[in-house]
Design a binder for this molecule. Structure first.
Ligand code: GNR
Ligand code: NI
Length: 190
């Protein structure tokens, strides 16, 4: 997805900008454990980052991406949970907050772009109510269920430095982390 688009800053000037695929931070990079800070202003820079994150997510491919996964510790998430072949449903959530979690739980096998080739069954509430700022900076409240509810909880965990390996026992988590540390030594920077 290499495209270009116009941003109108609303002062009669437009800039032609190019979307860019960003490198995804993977385990064991300690950045992934950093808590993300709220976004103070929904400006052109934030929207640009959101578009770059969408391109990065579609390219991966994945169904969600948190800013911290591209090294930016801000509370910004992109998602697209549309079924393959259906019309894309790109979503941008700024400063997302869960207002309510349903009492019914469901198990979903989750993966994470920051932990390649690893999957784990995780039990989470199947429905939630979410509040966030949209790309116009407008406060939104929505109910979510299905895969979207699972993905939202996964992404909000990232904003607090939490990863899907944290749902494993300490022993199993250490085995996964050690594997990624070894991989980073092998094909990491010379
Ligand atoms: O692409 C992804 N798939 C996925 C599958 C089940 C539950 C959560 C996810 S999110 C993940 C992309 C990712 O790592 N987002 O942070
Ligand atoms: Ni993830």
């Amino acid at each position: 997805m290499t495209g270009s688009r116009w941003i109108d800053p609303g002062v009669g000037l437009s800039y032609l900008t190019q979307m860019a695929k960003l490198p995804i931070v993977t385990l064991p990079d300690p950045i992934l454990r950093q808590p993300s800070a709220p976004i103070e202003r929904v400006d052109a820079e934030v929207l640009r980052l959101a578009d770059d994150m969408l391109e990065t997510m579609y390219d991966a491919p994945g169904i969600g991406l948190a800013a911290i996964q591209v090294g930016v510790p801000r509370r910004l998430v992109v998602l697209d949970c549309a079924a393959e072949g259906d019309k894309p449903e790109p979503r941008v959530l700024i400063n997302p907050e869960i207002l309510h979690l349903g009492s019914q739980l469901k198990v979903y096998e989750e993966g994470c772009l920051s932990i390649p080739d690893f999957r784990v069954d995780i039990e989470r509430p199947s429905e939630l109510r979410l509040r966030y700022l949209d790309r116009e900076g407008k406060l939104q409240e929505h109910d979510a269920g299905g895969l979207l509810a699972t993905a939202i909880q996964h992404e909000l965990d990232h904003l607090d430095g939490k990863l899907i390996i944290d749902f494993l026992s300490r022993l199993k988590r250490d085995i996964v982390v050690r594997k990624f540390k070894k991989l980073a030594r092998q094909d990491g920077p010379l």
